[in-house]
Write a protein that binds this ligand. Sequence first.
Ligand SMILES: Cc1cc2nc3c(=O)[nH]c(=O)nc-3n(C[C@H](O)[C@H](O)[C@H](O)COP(=O)(O)O)c2cc1C
Ligand code: SF4
Length: 395
Amino acid sequence: MSAPPLTRGLLGTGDPSLAAHLATHGPLPHDGDPAAVAGELTGRGGAGFPTARKLQAVAEAARAARVPAVVVGNGGEGEPASAKDATLLARSPHLVLDGLQLAARAVGADTVVLAAGHPQLGGLDRALAERGDRGRVRLVGLPDRFLAGEESALVSAVDGGPPLPRGKVPPVRHRGVQGRPTLVQNVETLARLALLARGDAAAGHTLVTRHTAGRVDVAEVPLGARLVNVLPLDPGTRALLVGGYHGSWLPTAVAADLTLERSGLASVGASLGAGVLAALPADRCGLRETAAVVGYLAAQSAGQCGPCLNGLPRIAAALELLARPGPRPPGLLADLERWAGLVVGRGACTHPDGSVRLVASALRVFTPELAEHAAGRCTAVPGVPAFLPVPGGAR
Ligand SMILES: Cc1cc2nc3c(=O)[nH]c(=O)nc-3n(C[C@H](O)[C@H](O)[C@H](O)COP(=O)(O)O)c2cc1C
Ligand code: SF4
């Protein structure tokens, strides 16, 4: 499948002003059903849920509860390897604000919130002032934490509570902000909705954050493109990380045959997640990189549930030992695999599941490195800096 061309992209000209926005995109049409224009659009916050179905579900929940819904734009981007939402908010804030307006219309919301990292708030406040929407859209600053963008954590933060997941039941579409039916939609999804309302083929493209040796950038690419055309691979690329820190490592040979769309990625156990693509350079160690990331993930939960309290710290410690060349306790690898299996499906949110997905893929893809480490050697160049970003520098 190859996507139709996009006439106007999401990343704009780099001028975030309302004048530049209107010159590029024109005004937002006032008629039309936003749920209908959403069409095939799927969420870009990670899970890829169909947007039209979500808009309809929240509208129905609000009608049934006889209260106006709440709409929250999710720009928290807790994933350290992702930069697409911050880039979008900095370059095209008015597309996101247009999308919020459409979503509010679709679900019958009287309260509209845009949650984002603190560095983004100044630019968003200026954009709201430009369009006379200060006071109509509430800006909420989120801490730079992995879990802050999970939808129930986001709802808690918007209500003035801790930015931590509260669990899946009841779903936020029934009881979210102030106990009201709430639509949480990623900011890229909202911006795509704003392009779709203007007749653009926005559903067939996606933002990705690309990590290669010495370079990190954000690009808008067609879904259905060959992965190697989206992320050029050096001959020495050891493996690819697809989907971010809840994603999966793939061997380079497998990645070379893949197209960037959900069913193809699912067939090799991967998902696009929030669009992170990283090509591990030849001089780095995939086990070392994964151990650092999993140490960070384990430290991110508040340990409210068993899998995060007991499971993830143990898993992170075992992985840390496996990532070091030299002798290891007997049975450590088998223990790690067993612990990883035990946490799946046991948390109030999917943080443990996503974290062990990454671990399991690393153990599959970096089997040669495991053997090298057991023999006291590492294939990485000594002293080479970390490849994947880990806040706090956990190494
Ligand atoms: C641990 C965790 C962290 C998440 N972080 C984010 C995030 O930073 N930004 C985001 O948009 N969605 C994040 N999500 C997904 C949200 O819960 C939610 O599904 C999403 O914002 C819905 O928007 P969408 O349908 O437009 O994708 C996260 C989910 C989990 C489980
Ligand atoms: S599973 Fe982990 S991250 Fe999710 S709510 Fe429970 S303790 Fe928090």
